[in-house]
Design a protein around this ligand. Sequence first.
Ligand code: ZN
Length: 119
Amino acid sequence: MYRKHQARKRQQQQIAVQRIETLERLAEAKALSGDFALAQRYIQLARNIATRLVVSVPSSVKRRVCRQCGAYLLPGVSSRTRIHRGRIIVYCTQCHAYSRYPLHQKTIRPQTVQPLKDQ
Ligand SMILES: [Zn+2]
């Protein structure tokens, strides 16, 4: 009974990871077309799924959202990214907040998002 429960939970988590990746791609597509409100909503849904099914939110999703105001960060449009003294500094143009991440760390390597096939 317990093993059956674990198998089902693992299956649900795999589906959750797929949905998070899909929502990430959709959010980027919407942000590129200028609809930042919908992009922000997609990221919010992805985070909700991760919370509900106890799946870690990918760093690529975490970096796309401002920690202070929750706005979707599209480099060059809604955010500015600079490298200074071994750190990646992301500036949110919505709330004028800075986020700093270490440049040389294995876990912060950005994951490339695959573009949608049907768009
Ligand atoms: Zn912000």
